[in-house]
Write a protein that binds this ligand. Structure first.
Ligand SMILES: [Zn+2]
Length: 119
């Protein structure tokens, strides 16, 4: 399915949830949809949700490493950690993700959670 970029969808989706969330917090002092951790943990949690994987740094890093390539190769090891080849495991999931997350974006996401090497 093609992503829905209509303004109406933005208003009734993320904007609606944002204002419901803010209002709920101001009234009750708690966040209705839960709260992410601060710092790198929160980033990993959001990436895990986006990728549909557990919030495990190694799995997320391996998924993003694979998605940052121009082409997915079936003989590559599956990033889920099963030890199987991609073609025998999460190949369909990875293809779907690569439609939503372009390789340049996966590279940026990967860089965000990978410690920089000392110069
Ligand atoms: Zn897999």
């Amino acid at each position: 399915m093609a992503p829905d970029h209509r303004f109406e969808t933005f208003l009734t989706g993320p904007m609606h949830d944002y204002f419901v969330s803010q209002t709920h917090f101001e009234v009750n002092g708690t966040w209705p949809y839960g709260e992410r951790s601060h710092g790198i943990l929160g980033v990993l949690e959001s990436y895990a949700d986006l990728l549909g994987v557990p919030p495990d740094a190694k799995i997320i890093t391996d998924y993003l490493h694979l998605l940052s390539r121009q082409k997915l190769k079936g003989h590559a090891l599956c990033p889920c950690g099963s030890g199987k080849r991609l073609r025998d495991c999460h190949s369909d999931d990875l293809r779907r993700l690569s439609q939503r997350i372009p390789s340049f974006m996966a590279k940026r996401m990967h860089a965000t959670i990978t410690p920089r090497k000392a110069a």
